[in-house]
Design a protein around this ligand. Structure first.
Ligand SMILES: NC(=O)c1ccc[n+]([C@@H]2O[C@H](COP(=O)([O-])OP(=O)(O)OC[C@H]3O[C@@H](n4cnc5c(N)ncnc54)[C@H](O)[C@@H]3O)[C@@H](O)[C@H]2O)c1
Ligand SMILES: Nc1ncnc2c1ncn2[C@@H]1O[C@H](COP(=O)(O)OP(=O)(O)O)[C@@H](O)[C@H]1O
Ligand SMILES: O=C(O)C1=C[C@@H](OP(=O)(O)O)[C@@H](O)[C@H](O)C1
Length: 548
């Protein structure tokens, strides 16, 4: 086991919060029953611990004493209970519980705000009595508490479920679906906010994300993902849109000015206006091209990405870079243009070939190194299953949840860097870890090497360079090799001379004038620094170390 691996703590599948009468107990039990895990209700556990009913405890010891017992018990359960856990209505108001919930979310947990219609919840809360917080005018008390608590519930929860008019079973099904779905909200000073929805069936949100304004939709996709674009087309037609299906050449040949031009001609002939929209379905090449067409048609129309490769889900489809290649190089023409939404549907991965999945893990590992070491820990714990990825038998297995968590965490890392630096002036450059050499390798290999594979070697190179210059220790360099190797990613390259590589690294987009610029780790994972103009002998020695 490695020093960078942390023990993955036990944690509840979901924690349910909400107002009195929202159905936390009833619906929570139903959820636990449906997914075959235990259920615990904080109030019942407290009653068991203190040996009396809650109203009695309130009367004898008062609310502050109750809150202390409650907070301690919740803290213990968040560390150790593996099931569905419902809290009492007032529990999330205690600051230490808010911290414990935030920590639980950081460990991958789901805090579900069960948001019932006030009239329904009030009526239900009045049933049966036994709620000391509602003593007196129960409805007035409920409304006052709702005003205080609703903003806190919204803040501490990462899943928000409206249950108006739903039966307990209907509400439980909705909770299960929404807990399985993960959402990363991308925002920033210069970004129109949008969500990346990750999970099985998220493509089903297509119509909701496109909204009522578009009349015509250009559905851009490649042949290998026909099955998924057929689904998108059916959803769009059900939603009442007129769909123009546009098949583009697969992979990089789709990212050309000729392909874009063909689409512009078609949109013109078919009368696409500024309120119409584009949907891109496919790997990163297809979503880059679709985004570029959306950014340029009528100077910008709405677009939604449905990424189908792991790399497109974690990287290409988010962050707002769109573009095409020119004969002089990749991505030389393009625009920063953010999508209206990204729907990373796990069902798309069922047809993804193993080698293309593994390539995507290169960018996932990168995000672990630059910001979120829990990603490294997850990759390490599941390296064998990830390397053996088989899309056809993947849905419904524990690996699906692991992959969904990796996607969520990696997109979160990307969103963090993009939110404050959309146009890549500083912080966003850290996303380029491993890319300085990686891009040179891709070019020298005439793009027969896949991007994520080249980045993996590039990260080992950056680690060697950082070590030579005293930024990190040998263990961390070794760790790069062992982790990436265990995932099936390459860690060495011997396809070109140092002079060729150096010339290309000088043309990297981070370079300034004649000065080379790298991003490297300083001390350990999560600590990035810019490295400008490093000594020439170190740059060469690090290269020698990745050759074999
Ligand atoms: N915009 C950005 O920020 C950004 C970031 C990283 C990469 N990119 C771009 O993304 C592209 C690489 O993305 P990629 O790795 O997805 O390559 P890709 O789009 O070429 O897809 C790789 C191959 O996998 C196939 N494929 C994808 N999903 C599939 C599925 N579900 N089932 C079966 N086959 C499937 C594709 O059709 C293709 O043949 C490059 O053009 C790169 O420049 C852009
Ligand atoms: N969606 C629902 N539809 C109908 N009755 C419900 C629903 N949710 C809860 N109930 C009922 O309302 C009452 C209060 O629910 P409970 O789960 O105790 O709420 P909470 O734990 O949030 O205070 C119970 O009698 C429960 O069976
Ligand atoms: O709202 C509150 O402050 C309380 C709600 C109750 O739980 P329910 O929300 O399950 O009724 C229970 O924890 C206690 O009476 C205090």
């Amino acid at each position: 086991m490695n020093a960078y691996k942390s023990r993955r703590a036990r944690r509840p599948h979901a924690v349910i919060i909400g107002m009195m009468g929202a159905g936390k107990t009833r619906v929570g039990k139903e959820v636990a029953h449906m997914i075959h895990v235990p259920f615990a209700d904080a109030d019942l556990e407290i009653e068991r611990e203190v040996g009396m009913k809650i109203p009695q405890y309130f009367e004898r010891y008062g609310e502050p004493a109750f809150r202390r017992v409650e907070a301690d018990l919740i803290a213990d359960f968040l560390e150790d209970f593996e099931g569905v856990f419902s809290l009492g209505g007032g529990a999330p108001m205690t600051p230490s519980t808010q911290d414990a919930l935030a920590d639980y979310i950081a460990r991958g947990g789901r805090v579900v705000y069960l948001d019932a219609d006030p009239a329904e919840a009030m009526e239900r809360a009045n049933r049966g009595g036994g709620r000391p917080m509602l003593n007196g005018d129960a409805n007035a008390r409920w409304k006052k508490l709702f005003k205080e608590r609703d903003p806190v519930f919204r803040r501490v929860a990462n899943v928000h479920v409206h249950t108006r008019g739903l039966t307990p079973q209907g509400a439980a099904k909705k909770v299960i679906d929404m807990v399985a779905q993960r959402t990363v909200h991308v925002t920033g000073a210069t970004i129109e906010p949008y969500d990346v929805a990750i999970g099985e069936g998220t493509m089903g949100h297509l119509v909701e994300v496109l909204g009522p304004k578009p009349h015509k939709i250009a559905l851009i996709h490649t042949q290998p993902v026909q099955r998924h674009s057929d689904r998108a087309r059916a959803l769009l037609r059900q939603g009442g849109y007129e769909v123009s299906e546009i098949l583009i050449p697969d992979a990089e040949p789709g990212k050309t000015i000729n392909v874009a031009n063909g689409i512009w001609e078609r949109l013109g002939e078919e009368g696409f206006t500024r309120s119409d929209a584009v949907v891109g379905v496919g790997g990163g090449a297809a979503t880059d091209l679709a985004g570029f067409v959306a950014a340029t048609w009528m100077r910008g129309v709405r677009y939604v990405n449905c990424p189908t490769s792991l790399l497109a889900m974690v990287d290409a489809s988010t962050g707002g870079k769109t573009g095409i290649n020119t004969p002089q190089g990749k991505n030389l023409v393009g625009s920063f243009y953010t999508p209206a939404g990204v729907l990373a549907d796990m069902r798309a991965l069922v047809t993804l070939p193993n080698d293309i999945f593994i390539e995507g893990l290169g960018e996932v590992a990168k995000s672990g190194f630059i910001r979120d070491s829990e990603i490294l820990s997850i990759l390490e714990s599941h390296a064998d299953e990830l390397r053996g990825f088989d899309g056809s038998s993947f849905l419904g297995t524990p690996l699906e949840d692991v992959v969904a968590e990796l996607i969520e965490r990696t997109v979160t890392v990307k969103a963090y860097h993009v939110s404050s630096d959309l146009k890549e002036k500083g912080l966003r450059e850290f996303l380029n870890y491993g890319h300085t050499l990686g891009h040179a390798i891709e070019k020298l290999e005439h793009f027969r090497w896949r991007h994520g594979n080249a980045v993996a070697v590039g990260m080992v190179y950056a680690a060697e360079l950082a070590h030579i210059l005293g930024y990190i220790d040998q263990n961390l360099v070794d760790y790069h090799r062992s982790l990436l190797g265990s995932l099936g990613l390459p860690t060495s390259w011997n396809g070109g001379s140092f002079d060729e590589v150096l010339a290309l690294m000088h043309r990297d987009k981070k370079a300034r004038g004649n000065m080379l610029r790298f991003v490297v780790l300083d001390g350990g994972p999560g600590h990035m620094v810019h490295l400008d103009n490093p000594p020439a002998d170190a740059v060469e020695e690090a290269f020698r170390r990745i050759q074999q």
